[in-house]
Design a protein around this ligand. Sequence first.
Ligand code: ADP
Ligand code: 5GP
Length: 236
Amino acid sequence: MSSSAHKPLVFIISAPSGSGKSTLVKELLKLVPNLDFSISYTTRAPRGSEQNGKQYYFVSRSEFDKMVRENEFLEHAEVFGNCYGTARRFLREAEKNGHDLLLDIDVQGAEQILRKLPGAVSIFILPPDRKTLEERLRKRSEDREEVIQRRLITASREIQNYRRYNYILVNDRLPESIEMLRAIVCFERKARSGEPLTGECAKTAAIADRCRLANVGDRLKPILASFESPVESGAG
Ligand code: ADP
Ligand code: 5GP
């Protein structure tokens, strides 16, 4: 080893919109110390109570393009007609502070990060089924009906990519989902440290293990099937 500098463990979280990713990330950040959230840059307009520099940095297309030209992004992609990017500086800052880094990015971004940082840990969040996803999108009441329908169609497509991720987390009951996400992060940190897994850690490891892609198997079948069946509108 030439250097003892901390190499941040990078966690990638992807999910179809409305699965509960923001909710889970917010709770995770409260529970886990030394985990930074990478605030993405986007050309989309702020929604609801979103504030610049909190959920996102909201920039113009020309500002975004300038950042691309100046190689400031670790990855960037177009999602729902808007540009999104992860700034390299978050990784540098995490490294400097001895922290790990959490990225909330789409499947295209995840692919780019995994090419550059093969040690990144990827987590895909799924809703329990299509109907629940539709209910959550409505409950959030941020989108017009046509946008909700578009998000559901996109979700069916995005979900097909689940196999590219290390862990699959089905966000059914919130407290359990938070616990599973926490367990994945804690287990991966412990595994990297090389320390033995004893007591509480062994329990945490068992929870994380159940979410591994290789272990979710049949539990995913009904979820995937619910997104394949002909679209039934739950509106009204
Ligand atoms: P995303 O960030 O994936 O688009 P949100 O975190 O905004 O999704 O969640 C969408 C809606 O679903 C919100 O109203 C949120 O409170 C709700 N929600 C999230 N997780 C759960 C859950 N496990 N059970 C019930 N409702 C949930
Ligand atoms: P929203 O606009 O609903 O917040 O996010 C739309 C999608 O963009 C989500 O799937 C979210 O994960 C993704 N996203 C947010 N930030 C980034 C980013 O920096 N890079 C990429 N590739 N996707 C992002």
